[in-house]
Design a protein around this ligand. Structure first.
Ligand SMILES: O=c1ccn([C@@H]2O[C@H](COP(=O)(O)OP(=O)(O)O)[C@@H](O)[C@H]2O)c(=O)[nH]1
Ligand SMILES: O=C(O)[C@@H](COP(=O)(O)O)O[C@H]1O[C@H](CO)[C@@H](O)[C@H](O)[C@H]1O
Length: 223
């Protein structure tokens, strides 16, 4: 029997791109449900999502990426979950299909999407830290602590990669040709962008330390 597939899109002030991400996802016809979690956005992200036939959850304040992902998961019962960031640029149906196929065909428990041939700077970031990608499909049963995901903030991707290490999952790397995203400096301007980048690095580092993760085990999970 075919399994239900949900798309979860955590979104904090992404009015510029959320519409396009939803449109491509809807056209793919692969999802039983699309859940947009606007994480305390103040720029009309939730209003934009409400223009589409998707489940839109508008959080009254910003709780962090991990919390938005958790709330998304709690709002669907689907067995297969795809997470996509809301700030993607040049998303194509083929990217979505390629992320889901390894799970649908039973080849992998988790797939991790890596930007490739989009823009050199965003490609580079993902070559350096593939385990931080926000484009990822997994089976919902793998998530063993909603509390940990909720509190992880920008450590959310490390939490998911940690699951792959602990549970010795089959992880498939999927190159997402031509895909890129809007960088913080592009979204918020140079100074605010740098400040939020430092805050993100700090949250990732904090999670890394708190969980005694090693660079080697993270890197060897997605190879
Ligand atoms: O507090 C936050 C920060 C980010 N995001 C979303 O998480 C995804 C990945 O965020 P990114 O790493 O691009 O960071 P950002 O540029 O939003 O700081 C995007 O869809 C963001 O809108 C979120 O839901 N809550
Ligand atoms: O590529 C990166 O270094 C960061 C931040 O991207 P930008 O500063 O917005 O280009 O984005 C990745 O890491 C984040 C933290 O884990 C994830 O939330 C993003 O999904 C991922 O693309």
């Amino acid at each position: 029997m075919d399994e239900d597939i949900a798309l979860i899109i955590p979104a904090y002030n992404e009015v510029e791109t959320i519409g396009e991400v939803i449109e491509v996802a809807q056209k793919s016809n692969l999802f039983n449900e699309i859940v947009v979690v606007s994480d305390g956005s103040e720029d009309g992200t939730a209003k934009k999502a409400l223009e589409y036939d998707v489940k839109t959850i508008a959080l009254p304040k910003n709780l962090g990426k991990g919390a938005a992902m958790t709330i998304g998961m709690k709002n669907t019962l689907s067995e297969i979950i795809l997470f996509l960031d809301a700030d993607l640029v040049s998303l194509r149906e083929e990217h979505i299909k390629n992320l889901l196929t390894p799970l649908i065909e039973g080849r992998a428990d988790m797939s991790c999407g890596l930007f490739s041939g989009g823009r050199e700077n965003t490609d580079f970031a993902q070559r350096l830290t593939p385990y931080l990608t926000g484009q990822r499909a997994l089976r919902r049963g793998l998530v063993n602590s909603y509390e940990e995901l909720r509190d992880s903030k920008f450590g959310a991707e490390l939490y998911l990669t940690k699951l792959a290490i602990e549970q010795e999952l089959k992880v498939e790397k999927v190159f997402l040709e031509g895909l890129t995203h809007r960088m913080k400096e592009e979204k918020r301007g140079f100074i605010k962008g740098i400040i939020s980048r430092l805050k993100m690095y700090w949250e990732v580092f904090e999670y890394f330390k708190r969980n005694n993760l090693s660079y080697h085990s993270l890197s060897s999970t997605i190879k």
